[in-house]
Design a protein around this ligand. Structure first.
Ligand code: URA
Length: 208
């Protein structure tokens, strides 16, 4: 992927007029991180601090997310962080279904461009974006695979700020991230080795 394609997309999101959230936002928050990130983290939507700074997860929930990342040896600069909706819902209310739909194409395009091996869903809106029938209380901490991509589901980091007992649950669930990443890397190496083994055979067949 060309970095400029992701930059173009960020530019489009910054001026997106697709729903009413554009009227109340200070800034849209497209997302940030490595254009070739193996891990993409998807939250719900920007809050006050994110709306002010045009950066995802920079408020209190973001500080906890930074701790979680460093607990598994990941740096913000090597992952990509974004949200289901790119503009702050007024008073931090939940995003409306119409807002999520209006914003859907932006996250779809981010996934298409970055092609992360692993997507970490943060909170129920993010989980529902990918797996609408699932319940966060049942699937948090689970690792699963769909269409060659790995997923780990987490409670939203902000939940730990409101319900202190969730902090240790979230920290433990986050340990699935390096496990999933190792599995995803191994699966892609196995697939690459299988392709490399088939190609010489195909080449030989062409010789006869
Ligand atoms: N909560 C989110 O879901 N996203 C942010 O960017 C910040 C807080």
């Amino acid at each position: 992927m060309k970095v400029s394609e992701l930059e173009d997309l960020h530019g489009q999101i910054a001026t997106c007029p697709a729903c009413d959230l554009c009227k109340s936002r200070t800034h849209a928050v497209p997302g940030e991180g490595a254009a070739n990130a193996e891990v993409m983290l998807v939250g719900e939507g920007p809050g006050f601090h994110e709306d002010q700074q045009a950066r995802p997860f920079v408020g209190p929930a973001g500080h906890f997310l930074d701790e979680l990342l460093s607990s598994v040896g990941l740096r913000r600069s090597e992952v990509y962080i974004t949200n289901v909706v790119k503009c702050r819902p007024p008073q931090n209310r939940d995003p409306l279904p119409a807002e999520i739909e209006a914003c859907r194409r932006h996250l779809e395009r981010q996934i298409d461009l970055i092609k992360p091996r692993l997507i970490v869903t943060l909170g129920r809106y993010s989980l529902a974006w990918f797996f609408p029938k699932d319940s966060i209380s049942k699937v948090h901490g689970h690792l699963r695979q769909r269409d060659g991509r790995y997923f780990v589901h987490m409670y939203h980091p902000a939940a730990a700020l409101h319900a202190g007992n969730l902090r240790s649950v979230i920290m433990e669930d986050f340990l699935k991230v390096p496990v999933a990443l190792a599995q995803a890397r191994e699966a892609s190496q196995t697939a690459a080795a299988a392709t490399a083994a088939v190609e010489p055979a195909a080449e030989q067949m062409r010789l006869f």
